[in-house]
Structures are given as C-alpha cells and as structure tokens.
Design a protein around this ligand. Sequence first.
Ligand code: HEC
Length: 228
Amino acid sequence: MSEATPTGGAPNEVTPPNPDAIFALHSAAMREASEPRDGIKPTPVSYLIMCFFWVLFGGWYMGYYSGEFRANGLNERAVGGPLAAAPPQNPMVLGKEIFGPCMQCHQETGLGVPGSYPPLVGSEYVLGDKRRLVAILLNGITGDLVVKGKTYNSQMPSWKLREDEEIAAVLTYIRASWGNSADSVPTNLVTTIRKELGDKGGWDAKSLAEFAESKPAAVTPVEAQATK
Ligand code: HEC
C-alpha cells in the first residue's frame, strides 16, 4: 500500500502508479473466476448426448411397458381385448368386404366362370348344409366337384387364416346375396368346426361328402341354435 501512496513532491504532481502495487491491489479480484453470463455459451455436447440417450430410453420404455397401447393395457384383470368390447359388426357388411378376393374366381355376381369356377348363386353347397359349407371354406377343395349339375375341376383355396367371425360373415353374405336367401352362419359354428377339423388337409368331393355325413353330437346344438 505504502508504495502506491504519493511520496511528496510538488503539489498537483501525480506520481505515476507503480504497476506492482496495482497488481498487488487487484490480486484478490483477479483470483476470482469470471461471473457466468447468460446466453453466451453453446449447449455442451455432453448434455446433448445425454438428452439423446434419455429420449432413446424413454421410447424403449414406453414401447416395452405400454401394453401395446391397448385401452386396457394397465388393467391387470382385463377380460378380452378391445375387439371383444367392440360392438359386433353387421355380418352382411363385413361379409361383403371379405368377399373381395373371392370375386377373382366366383365373380362379383356370384355366377362364377362356366367351366372353371362354380357359381355360388343357387349352389347346393352354398344353400345346403352349413357344416359342409364352413368345411369347404376352412380347408379348401380340389378335384371333380359337381355344382348345379355341372362338373368343375379346379382348386378352391383354404381360408383358414381368416378369423371365425370373417368366415361366418362371408358365408352369411353369399347365402343371402344375388337372390340366395338362406339363413345366416353363426360365428360359433365356424369355431366348432375349426376345432373339429384340426389340421386336416384340403377336401375332395368324396372326403367332403363323408365329413358331411358324419355328424358329431357336439355340433348339433350349435346348428340348432344357428337355424333359429
Ligand atoms: C382361386 C379361385 C377361387 C377363389 C379365390 C375362391 N374360390 Fe371358391 N371355388 C373355387 C373353385 C375352383 C371351386 C370348385 C373346386 C373344385 O373344383 O373342386 C370353388 C368352390 C367353392 C364353393 C363350393 C361350390 C359352390 O360353387 O358352391 C364355395 C361355397 C366357394 N368356393 C366359396 C368361396 C368363397 C366364399 C370364397 C372367398 C372367401 C372363394 N370361394 C374363393 C375357386 C375359388
């Protein structure tokens, strides 16, 4: 301090400051880190990387524990899914939709293609025994098949990958379209016959006829319920 003090001399004469004294005086202030100031530093990369991993983890966590975003995903004792809760579809509307790929062969008119694809209009297979009809759809059929007095020999694919409800609906639809007027096919009939058939392969006319004649008792009540 004493060096910084003017040491006499003429009045009004300013002694040049001694740099050492100034440094000594300010050393305390210079030791302090500079005050942080807002808005001038870029976001640290490490922070960005951390955020990235948190978002990644969040996405994984949600995907893993969201219960597939089902409405009842957090319900420990959920009965059925949203499908079971949804109102039943009108089988004629659903059936028409499912009929889309059938048109390729049986045509939009249900009349088929003479010589290649049998008609569904007025067909004894469509209008007759429902159990036999469901069996055709589930397993498909090949070989000679007589429909309305004409013999066809080609391949009808299996539709067993479709839901029971969809098969029942498309059959209900073809039984009640283009002038056909047979009653509907209930979903539980399809369920029963699907169980009964297991992984049996495709039909031909003979094996289908044998199946149609064998009437397991278990199916009868379902059919009785179906016809009412
Ligand atoms: C790839 C062509 C093809 C498609 C697609 C197809 N069928 Fe067939 N369908 C046939 C053939 C061929 C037969 C006769 C099989 C035979 O000759 O043994 C047949 C037979 C049938 C029969 C029994 C005979 C009759 O005419 O009544 C029904 C019922 C039937 N199909 C319904 C359907 C329904 C319903 C769909 C759609 C879900 C469908 N088919 C899709 C080719 C097809």
